[in-house]
Design a protein around this ligand. Structure first.
Ligand SMILES: C[S@@+](CC[C@H](N)C(=O)[O-])C[C@H]1O[C@@H](n2cnc3c(N)ncnc32)[C@H](O)[C@@H]1O
Length: 214
């Protein structure tokens, strides 16, 4: 059992509550700026014909777009049931059901049952998990070639925003907390596992990075 069960249960409820809104926002507005950056990095690293694993896959827009643009197949893992439901429905609507597989669960609890992938994506997920070290190392171990992630920059105002969110979570008695994990540590874990950084960009809050196995 992972260290983070109460957190994961609360995160599951929190993100299930917002799943419908996530899908509507993507349908209306498409990718956010940080996701456009991540897509640019993925294009540079190359994903044509690849097997994609997206952890914290939400409603599925990112890996489903990769599939529409040349990836072969995708597995989406998320601990929020409604995110998984939305992703399944959307895959069907986009005629991608036969190339997608969705798994409900905390990656740290189910990682042994997951196959390796060519490309692994964690878009705004590291910040939703207390054990970043375990999550990053666990997902790296599933990655054969490209590792792409978006996570918060370590800036005072980002910590302030996360602090306010954490306070709000406490008030509603949720165990879910957002985290600003030190980007220097995250980079060290990834490069220490034999990956080198091929792409980086950022906006005010988010850092987008794509690494390739050396
Ligand atoms: C901020 S949302 C981002 C969703 C999506 N990647 C996007 O950017 O639209 C984070 C997602 O990660 C999921 N998540 C967080 N920790 C996870 C874990 N350990 N295993 C699987 N999913 C996780 C949450 O349920 C949530 O859907």
């Amino acid at each position: 059992m992972s260290c983070c069960c109460p957190h994961s249960r609360s995160a599951s409820r929190f993100f299930s509550f917002f799943a419908g809104r996530y899908r509507k926002r993507f349908e209306k507005k498409g990718f956010e700026p940080s996701q456009k950056q991540l897509m640019k990095g993925l294009e540079q690293a190359g994903y044509q014909g690849s097997k994609v694993l997206e952890i914290g896959s939400g409603v599925g827009h990112l890996h489903q777009t990769l599939l529409e643009q040349g990836a072969r197949s995708a597995v989406g893992v998320d601990l929020a049931p409604k995110m998984i439901d939305e992703a399944r429905h959307w895959a069907q609507d986009r005629s991608l059901a036969d190339r997608t597989q969705y798994i409900l669960g905390d990656f740290m609890e189910i990682s042994d049952s997951l196959s390796d992938a060519d490309v692994t994506v964690l878009d705004k997920v590291v910040c939703c998990y207390p054990d970043a070290d375990g999550l990053v190392h666990g997902t790296l171990s599933k990655t054969n070639r490209v590792y792409a992630l978006t996570y918060p920059r370590d800036r005072w105002y980002v910590r302030a925003i996360m602090g306010v969110m954490a306070g709000a979570m406490k008030i509603v008695r949720s165990d879910f907390r957002p985290y600003v994990h030190d980007p220097r540590m995250v980079e060290k874990w990834i490069t220490g596992a034999g990956f080198s950084k091929q792409y980086q960009d950022h906006n005010l809050v988010w850092l987008s990075q794509v690494y390739v196995k050396t």
